[in-house]
Design a protein around this ligand. Structure first.
Ligand code: SF4
Length: 295
C-alpha cells in the first residue's frame, strides 16, 4: 500500500465527519450537509462536478505538451461577484457523481497524457476528493494533484492534506478587507489567506519543475490584477516576497467584468495596461522573479 493511501486512510473519517457541522472553510456555517442542510456555498452531501478535460490555458509548467487534467467542481465557498465561472460557482451547473466516478475521471485524464490532476475550487468537497484520490491511487494514479483554490481555506483542513496534495495553487485576490467584504463577502480574506498559504508553503515549499519543464511539487500563487488596484497588489506581493522570493507567482491581467460586476462601476472594466505593468514593476522591485513576464 502506498504511503499516500496510508495517510488518507488515517484521515478520511475525520474529514467526512466535518460535513455533519461544516467547517471546511473559514465561513464555518456549521450546517449538517449529510442531512441535506446547505451553507453559503450551497454544496450538499453529494459531490458535484461541472466539467473536466485536458486544459491548455493554465500555467505552462502545468500544461506541458498534453495539458493539465482539469476538473471543475460545482459551487464555491468564496462567491466573488465578478466570478469568471459564474454559472458553475453561483448557479451550480453540474452533475452529482460518486467518489468512484471522480477517481475514474482522474485516471482517464492521466491516460490522456495530462501532467497533473488540477482540482478547480475543491474546498467544499475536500472529503469526497480525498476519497476519490485514494481510489485512483489504488488503480495507478501517479501524476501530481493540484489544489487550485481561492485561498479562502480553513488551515486545519489544509493540514489534513499534507502528503496528499502535491501542488498548492491558491489565489490571493485581495490585500485589504474592504474590497474582500464588498466583492466576496469575506472580511477576513487576507488574514485567512496568509495563515493558510504559510501552511501550504511549509508542506511543499517553492515550486519544483523537472527537466521537462513540468511542475512536480510546491506552491504556485495566482494574483489577478483588479481595476483601480482593488486587489491591493503591493500588500499582496510584499506578503509573497516575505514567504520566499523564489515563490512562483502568476500575476494575471485577464480580469474582465463577469457575473454581477456590472452592478459595481469601479470593477465594470478591464484593468489598463498601465495598471498591470505597475504591479509587475512592484513584484520585480521586491525581488520576485518566477511565474510572470518581467519587463
Ligand atoms: S464549505 Fe460551504 S457549508 Fe462548509 S463552511 Fe464553507 S461555505 Fe459553509
Amino acid at each position: 500500500m502506498s504511503e499516500k493511501i496510508k495517510i488518507i486512510d488515517s484521515r478520511i473519517e475525520k474529514l467526512y465527519s466535518i460535513l455533519t457541522s461544516c467547517e471546511l472553510c473559514p465561513r464555518r456555517c456549521r450546517v449538517n450537509r449529510i442531512k441535506g442542510e446547505k451553507g453559503v456555498c450551497r454544496a450538499g452531501k453529494e459531490l458535484v462536478v461541472s466539467s473536466y478535460g485536458p486544459h491548455f490555458g493554465e500555467e505552462p509548467e502545468l500544461v506541458g505538451m498534453y495539458g493539465s487534467g482539469t476538473i471543475f467542481l460545482t459551487y464555491c465557498n468564496l462567491l466573488c461577484v465578478y466570478c469568471q465561472n459564474y454559472d458553475i460557482s453561483h448557479l451550480g451547473i453540474g452533475e452529482p457523481i460518486s467518489e468512484e466516478k471522480l477517481a475514474y475521471i482522474m485516471l482517464s485524464l492521466q491516460k490522456m497524457g495530462c501532467h497533473n490532476i488540477n482540482l478547480v475550487t475543491p474546498t467544499h468537497f475536500t472529503p469526497h476528493i480525498v476519497m476519490a484520490i485514494r481510489y485512483a491511487l489504488e488503480k495507478g494514479l501517479k501524476i501530481p494533484v493540484v489544489w487550485n483554490c481561492s485561498g479562502y481555506e480553513n488551515v486545519d483542513v489544509i493540514k489534513q492534506l499534507e502528503g496528499i496534495v502535491d501542488i498548492y495553487m491558491p489565489d490571493i485576490k485581495y490585500g485589504y478587507s474592504e474590497p474582500a467584504k464588498k466583492y466576496s463577502n469575506a472580511l477576513d480574506y487576507f488574514e485567512k489567506c496568509k495563515e493558510v498559504i504559510g501552511e501550504m508553503y511549509r508542506q511543499v515549499g517553492d515550486l519544483k519543475i523537472n527537466s521537462k519543464g513540468i511542475a512536480e511539487r510546491g506552491l504556485l500563487i495566482r494574483h489577478l490584477v483588479l481595476p483601480d488596484n482593488l486587489g491591493g497588489s503591493e500588500k499582496v506581493l510584499k506578503f509573497i516576497a516575505g514567504i520566499s522570493k523564489n515563490t512562483y507567482v502568476n500575476i494575471m491581467d485577464q480580469y474582465r467584468p463577469c457575473g454581477k460586476a456590472y452592478l459595481y462601476p469601479e470593477i465594470n472594466r478591464r484593468p489598463t495596461r498601465k495598471e498591470f505593468i505597475e504591479v509587475i514593476k512592484i513584484a520585480m522591485s521586491l525581488g520576485l522573479h518566477r511565474g510572470f513576464k518581467r519587463i
